[in-house]
Design a protein around this ligand. Structure first.
Ligand SMILES: NC(=O)c1ccc[n+]([C@@H]2O[C@H](COP(=O)([O-])OP(=O)(O)OC[C@H]3O[C@@H](n4cnc5c(N)ncnc54)[C@H](O)[C@@H]3O)[C@@H](O)[C@H]2O)c1
Length: 332
């Protein structure tokens, strides 16, 4: 099949492209290679993909309407996996318009492309951050998510609403995936696994927010990619009988799923896993909660398991060991 994968030089996008290439699909990988973090890491991920004959790069900004229209018209994609976005909760406080351009305008380009070019299924990245202030755990797709605590979260929730309107208006099959703190080899430099590993290996202190009283449902990259690939084949259908009292379903061909490990990890356990993998103890600076952060994430994944049979399961100690081994090799 012919796929468009956006965010192809990104952490999840590059791993997803590789998985599709391994299954002999044709993949066009779109990215603008922006400098939000280490361009060298984005290029490293892309270099691996570019060696393969069934991969082509499209260096385009999602917000460039004309270029996006031309790409869809030329390529006639069967399926689209939209992972390109301005990610990061904290940076959305510093650079809000980057989120509007990439996440809102960019997603609009994708929806319009799918509308005019008969795309069979659009799978797009949402985020656990949409659960915002919700006190009820585990977080379920059937919960209302109306209290985001960052602009990043607000753009991801907006993407779900935009997708719903297009599923309804134009009968486009869309599936939103709410990812829960993804980590693993070639992961992001702005996230805790990288920041802590970097500090510990260089004998620098680590910043521990909310005095360490945090929990995250860390999900290993292979588990995320498995979920993305399997959900591709679960194409939502319009069904007038589907209940409208559940925000995750609709009479339109629209679905939402959590992808998380369903096993929140205490920050102390996470730090212990990194210390073990690095073979060194961390020096900790305890700090208050940061604006935009949430104290805990915890995914209810019953819907994902029942739709795909896939249950994310990689243990944090094993996953962190693989990440730290990759990190050391990358920096050699
Ligand atoms: N990694 C996580 O823990 C996590 C959690 C929840 C949701 N997500 C979502 O999953 C998706 C992938 O995340 P990731 O961790 O791989 O992030 P990433 O930053 O590594 O990848 C995103 C890619 O999109 C590209 N991009 C950004 N704006 C663009 C634009 N305007 N035009 C073209 N390309 C653009 C970037 O250059 C980058 O390579 C994102 O939508 C993110 O919001 C990630």
């Amino acid at each position: 099949m012919k796929y468009l994968v956006t965010g192809a030089a990104g952490f999840i996008g590059a791993a997803t492209c590789q998985r599709l290439l391994d299954s002999e699909h044709e993949v066009v990988g779109l990215d603008n290679l922006n400098s939000y973090y280490l361009p060298r890491l984005k290029q490293y991920r892309l270099d691996k993909l570019q060696n393969q004959s069934n991969f082509r790069e499209a260096r385009i900004d999602l917000a460039d309407r004309a270029a996006m229209q031309a790409l869809f018209a030329k390529e006639k994609f069967q399926r689209v996996i939209h992972l390109g976005a301005q990610a990061g909760v904290r940076y959305s406080i510093e650079a809000p318009f980057d989120y509007v351009d990439s996440n809102l305008v960019g997603t609009m380009s994708i929806l319009e492309g799918c509308r005019h070019h008969d795309v069979e299924h659009l799978v797009y990245a949402s985020s656990s951050s949409v659960y915002g202030m919700n006190p009820k755990i585990p977080f379920s797709e059937s919960d209302a998510v109306d209290h985001p605590v960052s602009l990043y979260a607000a753009t991801k929730k907006s993407n779900e609403l935009m997708a719903h309107s297009y599923s309804n208006l134009y009968n486009i099959a869309t599936t939103g995936l709410r990812f829960f703190t993804v980590y693993g080899p070639a992961g992001r430099p702005d996230m805790a696994p990288w920041l802590f590993t970097e500090a510990i290996l260089n004998n620098k202190p680590i910043k521990v927010f909310n005095q360490g009283k945090m929990q995250r449902d860390f999900t290993y990259i292979d588990d995320i990619v498995e979920g993305i690939v399997r959900i591709q084949d679960v194409i939502p259908k319009a069904n007038a009988q589907d209940p409208l009292n559940n925000p995750a379903t609709s009479t339109a061909p629209y679905r939402l799923y959590n992808i998380g490990n369903n096993n929140p990890i205490e920050l102390a356990t996470f730090i212990d896993a990194i210390e073990q993998a690095c073979g060194k103890k961390a020096e900790k600076i305890l700090l208050p909660m940061q604006a935009g952060d949430v104290q805990r994430t915890y995914a209810d994944i019953d819907a994902l398991v029942s739709a795909t049979g896939h249950q994310p399961s990689v243990d944090i100690y094993q996953g962190i060991e693989k990440f730290v081994a990759w990190y050391k090799a990358f920096h050699k």
